[in-house]
Design a protein around this ligand. Structure first.
Ligand SMILES: N[C@@H](CCC(=O)N[C@@H](CS)C(=O)NCC(=O)O)C(=O)O
Length: 215
């Protein structure tokens, strides 16, 4: 469904959180107007962007009336409610609860540790270990723990995918989006699917064939 692109998504090409929204929108066939925020140049901290998002992070979805919605989960919820066809957050109460449960598990046990590891190790992020309005020094000791958490996450996900086709069950959902983005993001952190993780490799191959993941 191509809609007039009156919804503006402020995003960054290299930001995994932005990608979670771009893929979600692409799955639904939504034609958003993309506004690029260059994180390397610190555009998220400019006074112009702070007027849109005082938390100085991407992504932010700006509606026709100027309302700014930040936080991936809030943006997803808005897009799902306003464009319910091709549901990604579930339709029945049970399905919605299970997708939320799996998506949160993936975010907390996979995505967040990758983010923590990357932010505490990259030279370019020195003094910026946590995204947002405040500066925090890196804690290098966290990096090894993050790698361990990510390895455990991949192993748990492999076991889950031995039982089901997609992360939350038999249908593709937002939980798959976060899981896939996490695994791609983890490559920057030198952690990837290992040889014996066949179910995870099968799922990754299937999901990577979806055109939305080019977004
Ligand atoms: N909880 C936020 C996280 C957003 C976030 O951390 N975005 C990162 C990019 S992936 C960011 O804006 N970083 C800016 C910075 O590092 O200064 C969400 O769900 O949108």
């Amino acid at each position: 469904m191509a809609l007039p692109n009156t919804l503006r998504l402020h995003h960054s090409a290299g930001s995994p959180n932005s990608r979670r929204v771009r893929v979600f929108a692409a799955e639904k066939g939504l034609d958003l107007a993309f506004v690029s925020v260059d994180l390397g140049k610190g555009e998220q901290r400019s006074s112009e962007y702070r007027r849109i998002n005082p938390r100085q992070r991407v992504p932010t979805l700006v509606l026709e009336d100027g309302t700014a919605i930040r936080e991936v989960l809030a943006i997803w919820r808005y897009l799902e409610e306003t464009h319910p066809s091709k549901p990604l957050l579930g339709t029945t109460p049970k399905e919605q609860a299970l997708i939320t449960m799996w998506e949160r598990q993936v975010e907390l046990e996979g995505f967040a540790p990758v983010m923590e590891g990357v932010r505490n190790s990259m030279t370019a992020l020195k003094g910026r270990a946590i995204a947002g309005p405040y500066d925090y020094e890196q804690i290098p000791a966290l990096v090894e723990r993050s790698k361990l958490q990510v390895a455990n996450f991949l192993s748990d996900l492999d076991a889950r995918l031995e039982e089901v086709r997609f992360v939350a069950g038999d249908r593709f959902s937002a939980a798959d989006i976060t899981a896939f983005v996490t695994i791609d993001f983890a490559k920057a952190f030198a952690v990837s699917i290992s040889e014996g993780q066949r179910a995870l490799a099968r799922w990754y191959k299937e999901v990577s064939g979806r055109p939305s993941f080019k977004a």
